[in-house]
Ligand binder design. Sequence first.
Ligand code: ZN
Length: 132
Amino acid sequence: MDKQALNQKIAEWCGFKFVSFKNCERSTQEDKNKHGDSLCHVEAPDGVITDAPPDFTSSLDALFKWAVPKLQLEGLVISLIAYEYSGFGCLITPFLAQEPLIERRNSESPALAFCLALEKLIDSNSGGTLDA
Ligand SMILES: [Zn+2]
């Protein structure tokens, strides 16, 4: 999964809505005909309309604003790790549990490690199995 697809997956899980021209109430008939299924706008969970979702794969600010509260509601704790020599890790652990449910490492950024752990969580909640 490339970063853009991963980002969209995280955004949708956080509650962002991706609205095509076809489905946008405010787009003109001409735009609907011309752009159809292309993305018209993104609606944030707080109702704010933007052109694109936050870049979760590179922004811990965005993750802590939109993903962490949702994880907390589900009783999950996030831990970010900077390893001794290189790379980053993200643990998702149920509140009061000893062992993490999910652990993901990434050499590029802590935000990407967080997104990869979230992806695993999303997949496991939609019928997949956990092998972390
Ligand atoms: Zn629109």
